[in-house]
Design a protein around this ligand. Structure first.
Ligand code: NDP
Length: 486
């Protein structure tokens, strides 16, 4: 190629590069203009308007919310129903969050929530089930039928525990297979259990099981664990915990209702061996909670959202993301909080660039939108009776026309999440009686009714068991079930 040709070719590619650079910049900084009529024809009892809606309530969500609300922008956090509070709610001691030598995960999340409330964030304990990214203001629908119109959205939906995908896993889920030691450990008193995984979570789960199980075997598929050295040190001093390296779990076996063992492939010998166990605790990593955004926002082949350059922006102007929904590198609470702060600041900046002013805020919101949801949240305060003993249960409650029995353990965050729904139902469904049963305190009751994981809801009709549900249930689902049985 002569010099002239080389010059022409390089001019051609440079032009394409500049043009595509312009186009990609254009796509995520395209202008939106906030006008006073943006929310016109978008009102009603189930509709709310907001400046910034944050989907998710882990460290990323709370950090974004705190920044947004401190900029005086109406800010809503949709906490996410089942997984509200994020993965930290299922952790015990956190020793790497600056500012704390050691803090319990749920306590850290509680203090973030309290800080958000203190700066004026509005909390809605519901799950986002749909988002319309084509309309602006964006439209988010929740599992309880609420519609939120938001000028900007921060996605902070985090990640969820991964499953093995092997025979027996689904069949015995809740009957010995679980991913929440902090919730279910009390059911394994004096029993032998296994924990699957070699990361920090596996160490955490094993340690959470120590006060209950008689023996805990961690099953690691490689010849070494990847957990931090300090975490591994915690195992060495514990005689109840053993680590079995170089094994893969191929099947979970049981007697039809509960787990009795696992089939393991030993990589050194390539032989299959069976290890008897009563419980299988999974700690094999996480997958991003991005199903809601499939086909709407760019994501990689593992489902992590892809962001524009070094920013928290998605390719849709006004929609940002933060935390484990896009970060597969660090996956640390403090990093998620940092991303959340950045996303909050970018969302604020987006509103400012789109014409946000105090005058327009007054025209758009007054005070009504924020109040509507606030009222909704505090409207219910029904009574759920705490059962004191097996006798108390059988003599005072069991023979009611319809009895809803909620089994919980004090550390179970999903159980805490269900309580307000049950209180609300207790107030609005006078034909049913609602009781709570502390499974840790009353093993005679859990044994009697074969409860082996929480949350667990049993519904009795005139003394006979009529329905059982061994997972989290939203208020609407419990209501439907009760109505069907009534
Ligand atoms: P990780 O991704 O760090 O570890 C997952 C583990 O599961 C790995 O050992 C992996 O094996 C193993 N694994 C994956 N798939 C399978 C499978 N199919 N069968 C058997 N084993 C499998 O996830 P974690 O949840 O442990 O940790 C996530 C993040 O959260 C980390 O950054 C961690 O530091 C942090 N964390 C911090 C805590 C704390 O500070 N208190 C507590 C818990 C988590 P392999 O190594 O072979 O890939």
């Amino acid at each position: 190629m002569n010099r002239k040709k080389i010059l022409l070719v390089s001019i051609f590619f440079t032009s394409i590069a500049i043009l595509s650079g312009c186009l990609s910049t254009e796509s995520h900084s395209a202008k939106r203009t906030i006008t006073p009529d943006l929310f016109k024809n978008k009102s009603g009892a189930d509709q709310i308007h907001t400046g910034i809606c944050i989907i998710g309530s882990g460290p990323a969500g709370w950090a974004a919310a705190i920044y947004a609300a401190r900029a005086n922008i109406p800010t809503i956090v949709l906490t996410g129903g089942v997984e509200a509070g994020g993965l930290l709610n299922k952790t015990t001691a956190v020793e790497n969050y600056p500012g704390y030598v050691s803090v319990q995960g749920p306590a850290l999340m509680k203090s973030m929530q309290e800080q958000a409330i203190a700066v004026g964030v509005q909390i809605i304990d519901q799950l986002a089930v749909d988002i319309d990214t084509n309309h602006w203001p964006f439209i988010i629908k929740t599992d309880e039928g609420m519609i939120i119109h938001a000028l900007s959205v921060v996605i902070a939906t985090g990640a969820r525990p991964r499953k093995l995908g092997i025979p027996g896993e689904e069949q015995y889920w809740g009957g010995g297979v679980t991913s929440c030691a902090v919730c279910d450990a009390p059911f394994y008193k004096e029993k032998e259990v296994v924990v699957v995984g070699g990361g920090d979570s596996a160490v955490e789960e094993a340690i959470q099981l120590v006060p209950f199980a008689s023996k805990i075997t961690i099953l690691v598929r490689k010849p070494q664990m990847r957990a931090a050295a300090r975490m591994q040190d915690r195992l060495k001093t514990n005689h109840k915990i053993a680590v079995k390296y170089d094994v893969s779990i191929e099947e979970i076996v049981g007697d039809g209702t509960k787990v009795t063992g696992v089939k393991l492939r030993n990589h050194a010998t390539n032989k299959l061996e069976e290890l008897p166990t009563s419980g299988v605790f999974l700690a094999i990593g996480h997958d991003p909670n991005s199903a809601l955004f499939k086909g709407k926002l760019p994501m990689d082949d593992e489902g992590y959202l892809m962001l524009e350059g070094r920013s928290q922006a998605t390719n849709i102007p006004g929609i940002f993301a933060a935390g484990e929904i896009h970060d597969k590198t660090y996956r640390q609470a403090i990093v998620a909080a940092g991303y959340g702060a950045a996303a909050g600041l970018e969302a604020i900046n987006f509103l400012m660039e789109s014409g946000w002013t105090a005058v327009i805020e007054e025209q758009l919101f007054g005070k009504s939108g924020q109040k509507a949801a606030g009222e909704q949240k505090t409207a219910h305060s029904g009574q759920v009776h705490e059962v004191a003993s097996l006798d108390d249960f059988e003599q005072n409650y069991l023979n009611q026309k319809l009895l809803v029995a909620d089994f919980y353990t004090p550390a179970c965050s999903l159980c805490k999440k269900m309580l307000p729904s049950l209180q609300s139902l207790a107030q609005t469904m006078p034909d049913a009686t609602f009781v709570s049963i502390n499974a840790q305190k009353l093993p005679e009751l859990t044994n009697r009714y074969f409860v082996s994981s929480v949350p667990c809801l049993l519904i009795f009709k005139e003394g006979s068991l009529a329905a059982r549900n061994s997972s989290f249930m939203a208020e609407a689902a419990v209501r439907r079930l009760i109505e069907e049985l009534a």
